[in-house]
Design a protein around this ligand. Structure first.
Ligand code: ZN
Ligand code: ZN
Ligand code: FE
Length: 730
């Protein structure tokens, strides 16, 4: 209650909002006038009445604050070199929460009783650690330990001196070419000296991660600038308290080992965020590889036991602590272009912050996402809680952590879903979890299950991010998604709102020879396109394009293509990229999905040549993007010895022109001028900015993803808003 004249009251309420504690969130701000109250003499803070409903506000994990960092490095402070230092402004949150309310006894700190000094800080309203749930010190809190790969204890950080000795030892091990499994905030990293080619390639072969770039952790922005180009917006993102991995362009000077990111012009860089990282960098001044602690497709190891079992063969030493991580949470990955952010993986440091919508959800909804890059979404009121990155559900352990996330998030967010949204793909484990035995999800079987088409969900995710209701023209380009007709879609222009969609245009379908092999061998898809264009002559073209390929392998694929046997047909834009990449001689074999497209984009040098031709034709139901002329043109260019850079830019340009043409046609027909771009192909910045620019030039209103991933990591959000609309209309 405040008394005074109107002006000072107004000033007071403004100040309250402006000067609120850093991590506090104001849910609602209401000012009520109480006329005729008797004058108040004193100023006091009264104890708030016990809140009956669960306090479900849980913060994301935040990087160490400046005050804690100062104490950490001050030899006279009682937390000198204490790797678990934190306060109300910083430290772990989401990853240590076991239950709500957010209270020490419901976190993984429950086994540590605060010592007198810590308790005094915790009780003092004027202290920075007032009600800091994970508050701890050497006397009462968790410790770090160094183990050999064979799990022999080497050192224990019992106090400041010992902790310093232990960390200095780790720095020495890293310097001398060892690989350390380091326990962080959301899981384990595998760390090594990024300059050491021998160690980095050893780690690469141990992880079975032959080509995908490793993320780096650098001491500071100055060190980052020795390796990559860092603009002002990128610097700001690197330093933000969620400390994401920022994808940045490599400098030509070779400052890190080539095998950190072979055949890739970009590097993912992050700054230290856990106190332990800062401590390591007090002894070393070189960049570290900090890749997630897992074998290629497994989830990141997050418990000590898990790390000891799974990472034993991948590292030489373990740097662990006994503060448990309850929920694993991978690093967030993001990118900045022209001052705007384009997030690739929305995870540690951001989750569980909700995506806020202008409208309320009709009923609480659980959306189960897709299969790869899986995330789930729980939605209630005007908040859509998109989960941390869960990963590829085909991995059994990832699937288990998916089921755990469904239950855990429901509990800590206090959301009891009344409808379950899922993909249409019958083979996705997320779909099966929704449809098969009701107890899988721990939800009543009578809750409505709502199937949402994959590309509709992509478009809706982008609409939700921008609070659009529709109708829009949705351009959804990705690798695969189950179409409403049972074929594999992936290059779609939809006319959509949140209720439904019509397929207005699509890429002319082509056959996929060999189910999973088409990902690792993009030449297979290329051969399929050649066969469609040249018929029997495709064999001789293939032999000239890929002389290194085994003739027999080619013959087998051609035989498949000729056969009358039912083939998988697709309109996938991702596979079209694969095929062109193989035709242009950029990438014939891939180590990970999307690699051919990544390399094709990076092959572009200058943006000058004219694009290849993609014709637009009309089927009975929709427009079709005809790639036959394009295939002939790129094949001719390749055989004429044109550079990869030329072919790459001509393909991208041609695609942008054709997609723009399609959108204009659809717009003229429907009168819709809003275009939404979504799907994993838009991780390609040339395609994204090229198409955005071309559409805007034609007077279209264009929306793209910024804070929600355009890839399948955003699908769950789209499913949730569509399901909400369907429930409402029932
Ligand atoms: Zn702090
Ligand atoms: Zn203590
Ligand atoms: Fe997708």
């Amino acid at each position: 209650m405040a008394q005074g004249d109107v002006h000072s009251i107004r000033a007071f309420t403004t100040e309250l909002r402006r000067k609120k504690p850093r991590q506090s969130v104001i849910d609602e701000f209401r000012v009520t006038e109480l006329p005729g109250h008797k004058p108040l003499g004193t100023f006091e803070i009264r104890k708030s009445r016990e809140n009956k409903s669960k306090n479900t506000r849980i913060a994301p994990d935040l990087c160490i604050c400046e005050d804690c960092l100062r104490e950490l490095l001050n030899p006279r402070d009682r937390r000198y070199f204490y790797p678990f230092i934190n306060c109300t402004n910083c430290g772990p949150r989401y990853t240590i929460v076991r239950d709500v309310p957010y209270d020490r006894k419901f976190t993984t700190m429950r086994g540590f009783a605060m010592c007198e000094s810590c308790a005094a800080e915790y009780e003092d309203p004027l202290d920075r650690r007032f009600h800091a749930q994970p508050n701890a010190c050497f006397t009462c809190g968790p410790r770090i330990e160094l183990y050999s790969a064979a799990r022999q204890l080497i050192l224990r950080g019992a106090d400041g001196e010992k902790s310093r000795e232990l960390i200095e030892k780790c720095a020495g091990l890293l310097r001398s070419g060892h690989i350390l499994a380091v326990k962080g905030i959301g899981g384990f990293h595998l760390a090594c000296d990024a300059r050491n080619q021998e160690t980095v390639s050893r780690l690469r072969s141990l992880k079975y991660r032959e080509q995908r770039p490793f993320a780096l952790m650098v001491k500071d922005v100055r060190q980052a600038r020795m390796i990559v180009r860092v603009g002002a917006a990128e610097k700001k993102r690197l330093l933000a308290e969620d400390r994401p991995i920022v994808v940045l362009r490599k400098k030509h000077k070779k400052t890190v080992a080539p095998s950190v990111s072979p055949d890739n012009g970009f590097l993912g860089i992050m700054l230290p965020y856990a106190p332990l990282h800062f401590l390591l960098f007090t002894f070393i001044d070189f960049p570290l590889v900090m890749t997630s602690g897992n074998l290629s497709d497994e989830p990141i190891a997050h418990t000590n036991q898990d790390a000891f079992t799974r990472l034993g063969k991948l590292c030489d030493y373990f740097l662990v602590g006994n503060r448990d991580i309850h929920i694993r949470c991978d690093d967030t990955v993001t990118r900045v272009r022209q001052g705007k952010e384009y997030i690739l993986r929305r995870s540690r440091g951001i989750v569980p912050n909700p995506v806020l919508l202008n409208e309320n959800f009709h009923t609480p909804i659980l959306a189960l996402g897709a299969e790869q890059k899986n995330t789930i979404c729980l939605a209630k009121h005007n908040k859509a809680f998109l989960s941390h990155h869960i990963g590829d559900l085909k991995n059994a352990e990832t699937y288990a952590s998916f089921l755990q996330a469904v239950r855990h998030l429901g509990e800590i967010l206090d959301i009891r879903p009344q409808a379950v949204a899922h993909d249409l793909h019958p083979q996705y484990l997320s779909t099966q979890a929704a449809l098969q035995p009701p107890e899988t999800l721990g939800l009543p079987p009578e809750l409505p299950r709502i199937g949402v088409q994959h590309h509709h969900a992509h478009v809706a995710a982008c609409m939700a991010e921008h609070n659009l209701r529709g109708p829009v023209i949705g351009v959804a380009l990705d690798g695969t998604g189950y179409g409403s007709d049972g074929t594999v879609w992936g290059g779609e222009v939809l006319t959509a709102d949140l209720t439904g969609f019509t397929r207005s245009a699509s890429i002319m379908p082509f056959a996929l020879p060999g189910a999973d092999k088409v990902i690792s061998q993009p030449w297979r898809t290329a051969l399929s396109l050649l066969y469609r264009v040249y018929g029997d002559a495709a064999a001789s073209y293939a032999a000239r394009l890929w002389p290194e390929l085994d003739e027999k392998a080619l013959a087998v694929v051609l035989f498949q293509l000729e056969g009358a046997k039912a083939k998988i047909m697709t309109s996938s834009c991702g596979r079209l990229f694969d095929a062109v990449s193989a035709l242009a001689g950029v990438c014939g074999e891939a180590n990970y999905e999307g690699q051919p497209a990544v390399e094709l984009e990076q092959a572009i040098e200058k943006d000058s040549l004219s694009g290849y031709t993609l014709d637009i034709s009309r089927t009975a139901e929709y427009y079709e993007l005809d790639w036959r002329e394009l295939v002939a043109m790129v094949t001719a260019d390749r055989l004429r010895g044109k550079s990869r850079a030329d072919m790459a830019v001509r393909f991208h340009r041609g695609l942008v022109t054709a997609l723009t043409g399609l959108c204009i046609l659809v717009s003229e027909q429907s009168g819709i001028r809003r275009v939404v771009l979504s799907g994993g192909c838009f991780m390609n910045m040339y395609l994204l900015s090229g198409l955005t620019g071309a559409l805007r030039k034609k007077g279209m209103e264009v929306y793209t993803h910024h804070r929600v991933p355009c890839n399948d990591g955003g699908i769950a959000l789209g499913q949730a808003v569509i399901a909400n609309q369907r429930v409402k209309e029932k």
